[in-house]
Design a protein around this ligand. Sequence first.
Ligand code: SAM
Length: 224
Amino acid sequence: MINSVHALFHRLDAGWDPIAPAYAEQYAAREWRAVDVALIDQLERWIGGFQDKRVLDLGGGPGQYSAAFAQRGARVTWHDVSRNYLRIAQRHAVAVGVDLEFSLGYLEEASKFIPHPFDLVFNRVSWYYCKNDRSFAKLFYALMKPGGAGYVDTHPAEAEQGRGTRRIVQFLNKWLTWKIGHPFPPRGRIARLFQKYPIDYMIIDYTSVRNDRVFLTKSRGAPR
Ligand SMILES: C[S@@+](CC[C@H](N)C(=O)[O-])C[C@H]1O[C@@H](n2cnc3c(N)ncnc32)[C@H](O)[C@@H]1O
């Protein structure tokens, strides 16, 4: 609710961007050098190859994963709220010679893609910018086609100490699912939210204290 009101006053069409240009350049330079090739190889095996698959990079930022998927033959849609990252992702896409589709908007505005769901929905370290974990899981699931896959990597609430106001914000999200700002979801919540829906397969990786990683496939028999 509070985040929805915030969005009303921070409009992309009026030029609002949560990411400052200098920070975006700095983050992009670091992350483009640190692409996790083992993760891309893993996803490639799990989804049976990227060739001609449709991939949504949700909260795609500088576009390093969008470009990597496209280099392996996927048709990739990058979606993010930041115009500064959009420019960076476009620049890199040209530099590495891939064609991406770009979509600027809040995470929730990816709902426009529901009529054409994806083979893979990829969401790396941006889940916590959603307005509500439960409704975002529902949207995420709807964006996967039956038999399609999803991948989420997010920091969990347990990864940060949380003092003062941050602690209250974490408490409200954990116990009442009210989000003010962008608290990390409690460990395990994302897997549990997806388990409410028909899925065929799920891998949960909590080996890193700083990351919850979930890979799942939507049941082939799930209604579209
Ligand atoms: C930590 S970066 C991660 C970027 C990229 N996924 C990666 O792996 O490097 C978080 C991303 O979330 C985006 N973001 C923040 N708030 C958002 C929102 N409300 N809707 C859509 N994207 C948002 C930022 O612009 C940024 O690109």
